[in-house]
Design a binder for this molecule. Structure first.
Ligand code: ZN
Length: 240
């Protein structure tokens, strides 16, 4: 059965000794990209998926590469590598922090500015939503979630950003309990969101079914290339 792996990356650093947790080194990222190209994967944007929806005409080995939080280090390290290997990726921006630091975390990493986001070639990078304030949706009232969406839409129109209707949930978090879960998904429909990304560490079956619970593979800084290959093939594996 056909599968769609969605890779999830965060910080990219230039020293392999710092490759740990959410931070992955440049050389490991390059080795992974090289592997994807050698194995014949076709990287897609979510906009491409819309085209395949009715024909189910996916390429043989589709993959979606995603980066959360639009760090400057992604601009410096990941973006040139993507261009070098002719790969597409999707970047998810928490708008209130653009040009500043990741204050929801420890505030040490810089985020891209609006002009840096606009500088990204849209044939390489598809931009998507990552909420305005980077708060976990399960901790917010429906009213606060609606306010956050409004701030996103205002920001996008004010800065004339080209944003796809794809939302990466901050921390991969969304309401799991009813009735909040159904209310949240109904709100995503109202907000014209086509795809919602959780973590889950599983491969997605094609054709895609539950578009608001798409799974991403969490690629860790300490992962060996072998472990990367295993994740890509099998998703979550307790053995590794
Ligand atoms: Zn994030």
């Amino acid at each position: 059965m056909a599968r769609l792996p969605i890779l999830m990356y965060h910080t990219i650093c230039n020293h392999s000794s710092n490759s740990k947790g959410l931070t992955l080194s440049y050389d490991k990222l390059e080795a992974q990209f090289k592997y994807l190209v050698a194995q014949g994967y076709t990287s897609l944007h979510f906009r491409d998926i819309e085209k395949f929806k009715h024909t189910n005409d996916f390429p043989e080995k589709p993959i979606i590469i995603t980066f959360d939080d639009v760090y400057v280090n992604q601009y410096e390290f990941a973006y040139p590598l993507l261009k070098k290997y002719n790969l597409k990726a999707c970047f998810y921006a928490p708008f209130s922090f653009l040009g500043g630091t990741d204050l929801w975390n420890n505030g040490t990493e810089k985020l891209m500015s609006v002009s840096q986001l606009k500088d990204l070639d849209p044939s390489v990078i598809e931009l998507g939503l990552h909420s305005f304030a980077h708060r976990p949706y399960s901790s917010l009232s429906l009213e606060s979630i609606q306010e956050d969406f409004k701030k996103c839409h205002d920001f996008v129109s004010k800065h004339k950003l080209n944003i796809s209707n794809v939302l990466a949930y901050p921390y991969g978090n969304f309401p799991r309990k009813e009735p909040q879960k159904t209310q949240f998904f109904e709100e995503l429909v109202k907000q014209n969101i086509a795809y919602g990304l959780r973590i889950g560490n599983r491969l997605n079956k094609l054709p895609l079914k539950n578009n608001y619970e798409l799974n991403r593979l969490d690629i860790k800084g300490e992962d060996s290339l072998f472990k990367f290959k295993m994740k890509l093939k099998f998703g979550k594996l307790s053995l590794f």
